[in-house]
Design a protein around this ligand. Structure first.
Ligand SMILES: *[C@@H]1O[C@H](CO)[C@@H](O)[C@H](O)[C@H]1NC(C)=O
Ligand SMILES: *[C@@H]1O[C@H](CO)[C@@H](O)[C@H](O)[C@H]1NC(C)=O
Ligand SMILES: *[C@@H]1O[C@H](CO)[C@@H](O)[C@H](O)[C@H]1NC(C)=O
Length: 216
């Protein structure tokens, strides 16, 4: 009996290793396909390196067999919203401190806070609208255009608001605090610019389809 144990153990081990190797192989290929998909999508954005960095989480999270430009746009928008909320919380804290100190920077930071607050609102509205658009695949052209133009308008406004705040801190010579505020808001603006590009990529499909359908 004892003689049989080793061969059996070897058989079990080899089955175990083969199945886990196949699984790892599938995961590996799924991931590299997802990565190639994201690299292609990021090439069209204004900040491709930032795009790759922030979407790399998508590779691990996504069901690697499904790549949809809608998912990617939604993921990019949700990262943008997350950063905007984080930056808003940071500015609330800084503004409170500056106000207490009666610092001259207070007004600039308060303005920025108001702008980012608007960005947060517009980004969350656009994510909801994007989900509605996703459910409208069989909707008529007008409804689809309506959702697309809402998302475009809101993401563009969010971008403008964040950029206005960046512009409020011009030049390179500034206090450390201003530089930190500027850096965080700039990050929101760049992420939002990328998310808008990824949304255009997704919406292009609808434009193509409706353009073809309405051709005489
Ligand atoms: C790994 O996956 C690739 C493509 O999916 C396939 O061609 C290859 O044979 C697989 N290798 C193993 C060891 O399963
Ligand atoms: C991944 O996608 C496939 C194909 O649509 C589906 O059958 C599977 O259940 C999905 N897996 C997960 C974990 O979502
Ligand atoms: C953001 O705006 C909303 C309404 O537009 C307001 O109620 C809220 O107090 C603002 N938050 C901050 C932190 O300014």
């Amino acid at each position: 009996m004892a003689d049989l144990r080793l061969p059996l153990l070897l058989i079990f081990l080899s089955i175990f290793y083969t199945t886990s190797a196949t699984k790892a192989n599938h995961t590996f290929h799924g991931r590299s396909r997802a990565r190639a998909y994201i690299e292609a999508a990021c090439r069209d954005t204004r900040y491709p390196d930032l795009c790759l960095r922030c979407l790399s989480g998508y590779v691990d999270r996504a069901n690697a067999t499904i790549h949809s430009s809608k998912d990617l746009a939604e993921y990019a928008l949700s990262i943008s919203l997350y950063r905007a909320r984080y930056t808003r919380a940071f500015l609330v804290k800084v503004a409170k401190e500056l106000k207490a100190m009666k610092a001259e920077e207070y007004l600039a930071v308060k303005d920025c806070l108001d702008q980012i607050n608007l960005s947060v609102e517009q980004l969350s509205m656009s994510i909801k609208e994007l989900r509605r658009l996703g459910h409208e695949t069989k909707g008529d052209h007008d409804t689809i255009y309506w959702h697309i133009s809402n998302v475009e308008a809101w993401v563009s406004s969010a971008l403008t608001d964040a950029s206005n705040c960046v512009d409020a801190f011009p030049g390179r010579r500034m206090s450390k605090l201003k530089a930190t505020v500027k850096g965080k808001v700039q990050n929101v603006a760049e992420l939002t610019s990328n998310a808008l590009a990824l949304f255009h990529r997704y919406a292009a499909r609808y434009r193509g389809a409706t353009a073809a359908a309405t051709k005489p």
